[in-house]
Design a protein around this ligand. Structure first.
Ligand SMILES: [Zn+2]
Ligand SMILES: [Zn+2]
Length: 201
């Protein structure tokens, strides 16, 4: 379902049968209750037919497939370490993570610091005010609060591509703020952004 060469996900389209979308075409991710191994996310995505549809993605397709990693690796965000279930760690992505590079990152506004993150913690995405920019609401894996960053499409789509600086909405959101993608879009249109450097170390 995820193709690492084109970095696209294949989803159903009621009009065209099938569509291939990039991660930044996702609009809303919602972890479904119940399924745990793997967890399953319901994703609303913007389709090339002009509509938005709903699809399902397993946790490993979301976080591991873009890295070419098998499910035998486990990233512990509490210790910031990639912990292999097996001993063999020959993979390039695993080595880059081991060297302190992060496939994805964002700026946590409540903590005033950059944080590593995985796509499963992305919540809402929508095109930003600037051409090519993406507004991204992230639930912080460390403090569990929501931050909104303005990033490039590549920052979302391409593992290990991290923007040098991102736009940050200077606001601490309640956990129940922005219940809908429409409220998020309104926030993106009205909010002021401040630049923050995203260097993690
Ligand atoms: Zn469609
Ligand atoms: Zn945080």
């Amino acid at each position: 379902m995820y193709d690492p060469i084109s970095t696209r996900y294949t989803f159903p389209c009621p009009a065209r049968g099938e569509t291939r979308v990039l991660l930044h075409d996702f609009r809303e991710l919602d972890r479904l209750p119940g399924a745990a191994h793997p967890a399953v996310f319901r994703v609303r995505y913007a389709c090339s037919c002009g509509d938005e549809h709903l699809g399902l993605v397993a946790h490993d397709e979301l976080d591991w497939a873009p890295l070419g990693l098998g499910s035998h690796l486990f990233l512990n965000l509490m210790t910031d370490r990639l912990e292999p279930v097996e001993d063999e760690l020959g993979d390039l992505a695993a080595r880059r993570i081991g060297a302190g590079e992060w496939p994805w990152s964002f700026f946590c506004y409540p903590e005033e610091r950059p944080r590593p993150v995985y796509p499963s913690m992305f919540w809402l995405l929508a095109p930003g005010q600037l051409e090519g920019s993406i507004g991204l609401a992230v639930r912080c894996p460390a403090c569990l609060r929501v931050s909104i960053n303005i990033v490039s499409a590549a920052h979302v789509d391409v593992p290990f591509h991290n923007d040098a600086a991102v736009g940050v909405v200077e606001h601490v959101f309640r956990h129940d703020a922005m219940r809908t993608i429409d409220e998020f879009r309104a926030e993106l249109d009205s909010a002021a952004f401040d630049a923050r450097r995203l260097r993690l170390h």
